[in-house]
Design a protein around this ligand. Sequence first.
Ligand SMILES: O=NC(=O)[C@@H](O)[C@H](O)[C@H](O)CO
Ligand SMILES: [Co+2]
Length: 402
Amino acid sequence: MKITDVKIIVCSPGRNFVTVKIVTDEGLTGVGDATLNGRELAVASYLKDHLAPLLIGRDPSRIEDIWQYFYRGAYWRRGPVTMAAIAGIDTALWDIKAKAANMPLYQLLGGASREKVLCYTHAQGRDIAEAVEAVGRRKEQGYRAIRVQVGIPGLPDVYGTGAKSVTNNALDDAVPHEETWSTSKYLRYVPELFTAVREAHGWDVELLHDAHHRLTPIEAARLGKDLEFARLFWLEDAMAAEHQEGFRLIRKHTTTPLAVGEVFNTIWDARLLMEEQLIDYIRMTTVHAGGVTALRRIMDFASVYNVRTACHGAMDMSPICLGANLHLDLWVPNFGIQEYSGYLPEILEVFPGAWSLSDGYLHPGEAIGHGVDIDERLAEKYPYQRAYLPVNRLEDGTLWHW
Ligand SMILES: O=NC(=O)[C@@H](O)[C@H](O)[C@H](O)CO
Ligand SMILES: [Co+2]
């Protein structure tokens, strides 16, 4: 079998996605997600101008060799753009291989280790009352694990808590929306949020919270400690994790489980965190971690250190990424949880898939390959629109983490 064509499809059904479609001379095709929220065209060009030409004529079954060719062969290794581009190709190649083997991808990985995939979803509010109500709605929809985020009194819209939080990016802003942040206001308020949520909804629902990299190590330790009463499933992205050693301080002070990794793109970003068991969940996902080939390796490394998987899966990864994740989620022995924040209807039309959600659990389905495709004609109806994630400033104007 030979690769005869590589298409890079950029579309925007409610938000921007970059999709790789690989065509072979035997009629088999495969698709992969290569979306990088806010820098989509950099990945599209990396693929179109640099990688796609090198794929034509190659044997699509040589997935590992192609992965190494683009990783080691790049010379300039790692980074979100490079690894998202490699991910798009790699995921498409695994899709083709599973189709050629006439089986769902999870069978190729080693078969199912569970019947279904536990997921968590998002609930947010501009204030505690709204957030408590949102948790109630998510419980009624059958979710067993819910991430709770809330606006902070005295601060304007905080990321992921206002009306625009559905798409997590500013489609209608020609420049990144600038948020204002105060850690002290935040640290005082979040424990009140979880007191109210536990009071209203009890203990049979798993609660998660995402600090989106905004704290220093000691502030993260403080929050973890202050939230121990709420018995969270996890506190996520407590601090910007380039400084992996910083988690030693957090770990020393709190038993609140820690999750990190959605912005990581190679194992090197997480090695120390996992070797020293400084985290409990690794949040790396197919599209940002370099595809199925890389993520499978990272998941196995995590299992050696009792770290569980928790693939990132918000709406700024396409349903193709979710589909591929779900096959890994069904197979991986050290599974933790899968993020699922739902998709706008137009996204599900452009990316039809075999996966399903019921009663707070997902399943990849039994279609051959990873079970998700792209409707190219429909995708054309949604041309790219430049959009960004917000940026974050302290009240004095300092450009801050997020
Ligand atoms: O854990 N999930 C998250 O943090 C998401 O909501 C991210 O903010 C967006 O995917 C960033 O593009
Ligand atoms: Co997150």
